[in-house]
Design a protein around this ligand. Structure first.
Ligand code: PLP
Length: 464
């Protein structure tokens, strides 16, 4: 006797019909594809005031429901349009996020299945995929095959997780950063209980990298003073200039003094997949911990940051907890991602990575990264050929810094602001060794040389 499927009409706990969900899903796919097809024509970044949003979006608590279609349009037109479009071909500010279609599909699928990657007992499939993806990332970076990892919301949390592990393995001690280390890393250390006197932010050399002599003497000075040097935090691609520290030399120094070597490759590490990236990042594979953000240069939508630890078991030694009410869920295979960071309930960020790595293959992803490196070299050649621009730092891992010759105080920020306001493109203004500069991060393979030509010439128009 066949029983009627009780979810035939609706499987929504709040009552939307399956058919409505299906049609709306198709509609959302159409909205997203149309947006991507047209993104060349949309502003690279757009903003409105809080008052504007207050006028657009009803502030009344929606006690009663309403039709969803107008809400979708409202979201598209009055909410989602107003942000930095990190996947826009002329979004060159901060670190772009050229997300790929397969990764977006993976994200949707994982959400549609309400995927959880917390414990083996409660999510064996997602845990198996996260383990596999972390092994692949370790393999791509030439880290040992038994390295372990976990996916988090981004670079800040992935670096935090690595620092927590380092502290757990080695205890509190003095940590060495430099002036170009991403600001979130110092914040992480402070929040992990490192005293300000234990956080040494050292001056950089002229290339905006660790000055090895300064680093060496800081360590020796601390040893003589009876302090406990504990970790060096190197960068594989600084945010400002794309500079990579001399990882090989720093690793030797760390080995000499038994220090933990952490490498923040949040934006730069994916370039290790390319020949040129591998050359500048020699020594990366010697790190105790590495961070790489797939939502930056590995073609994933927000959010996903990878924390890789060389030492098997170290993540769980730091974060493992075994309360009686989780016993049933932990499963016999002891692969519980809820024991690898502060996140217990956690969605699977690995599904999108797995799907996109499988779909495109890492060769295609490496080729996409190579395009970004070439685009910055192209921008450098235009800057060098111009009488009005000065090259401040050369193209490194898709980042180039430039200055308007004879720029007045604040002029770069005004130029960047006007360009963003025009909607055509978005670049960063920043400061290097006290000097104001403009900065382009060209890691989107959809960018053309024409986009770069136009961006630079429009910037000059806004210089007046
Ligand atoms: C080198 C580096 N480290 C860390 C971060 C922080 O990453 P997230 O913004 O994903 O937390 C960034 C962000 O741009 C970065 O460039």
């Amino acid at each position: 006797m066949s029983k009627q499927n009780r979810f035939e009409h609706s499987a929504d706990p709040l009552g939307m019909s399956n058919e409505a969900f299906r049609q709306l899903g198709y509609r959302i796919v159409d909205m997203v594809v149309d947006r991507h097809r047209e993104k060349d024509r949309e502003p690279a970044i757009a903003e409105q005031s809080p008052e504007w949003f207050a006028a657009q979006l009803s502030q009344v608590l929606p006690v009663a429901g309403q039709p969803i279609e107008p809400l979708l349009s409202q979201l598209a037109d009055s909410v989602l349009a107003y942000q930095q479009h990190g996947d826009h071909p002329r979004y060159f500010a901060r670190v772009p996020s050229p997300a790929s279609y397969a990764a977006i599909l993976g994200e949707w699928l994982a959400t549609g299945f309400n995927t959880i990657s917390t414990s083996w007992g409660g999510g064996a499939g997602p845990a198996a995929v996260e383990k596999l993806v972390m092994t692949w990332l370790a393999e791509l970076l030439d880290l040992p095959q038994n390295s372990e990892g976990v996916l988090l919301s981004g670079g800040s949390m992935a670096n935090f997780t690595a620092f927590a592990v380092a502290k757990h393995e080695r205890g509190l001690g003095t940590v060495y950063l430099h002036e170009q280390t991403h600001s979130s890393l110092k914040r992480n250390l402070q929040n992990l209980g490192f005293a300000d006197t234990q956080i040494r932010v050292l001056p950089c050399n002229w290339q905006f990298a660790f000055d090895l002599e300064v680093l060496r003497s800081a360590i020796e000075h601390d040893l003589q003073a009876g302090n406990q040097p504990m970790m060096v935090v190197a960068s594989a691609g600084t945010t400002n200039t794309g500079t990579v520290d001399d990882l090989q030399a720093i690793s030797a120094l760390c080995q000499q003094h038994a220090l933990w070597l952490h490498v923040d490759g949040a934006y730069g590490a994916p370039a290790y997949l390319t020949e040129r990236g591998k050359v500048v990042m020699q020594g990366l594979s010697l790190a105790d911990s590495v961070v790489l953000d797939p939502h930056k240069w590995f073609f994933q939508p927000y959010d996903v940051g990878a924390c890789l630890i060389r030492h098997p078991g170290a993540l769980e030694r730091c974060f493992g907890m075994y309360p009686e009410y989780l016993k049933d869920s932990q499963g016999e295979h002891a692969l519980n991602f809820g024991n690898r960071s502060l996140e217990l309930t956690r969605r699977s960020r690995a599904v999108k990575l797995w799907l996109s790595m499988q779909t495109y293959g890492t060769d295609a992803m490496a080729a996409g990264i190579d395009v970004g490196i070439d685009l910055a070299l192209y921008a450098q050649s235009i800057i060098e050929a111009s009488e009005r621009w000065e090259l401040v730092t050369p193209a490194q891992l898709g980042v180039v810094c430039l200055a308007l010759k004879g720029a007045r105080d604040g002029q770069h920020a005004i130029m960047a602001h006007r360009l963003a306001e025009s909607g055509y493109a978005c670049v960063s203004s920043t400061t290097l060794a006290g000097r104001s500069v403009l900065r382009l991060c060209t890691i989107n393979p959809l960018t053309t040389t024409e986009d770069i030509d136009q961006t630079l010439s429009r910037l000059l128009e806004f210089a007046g």
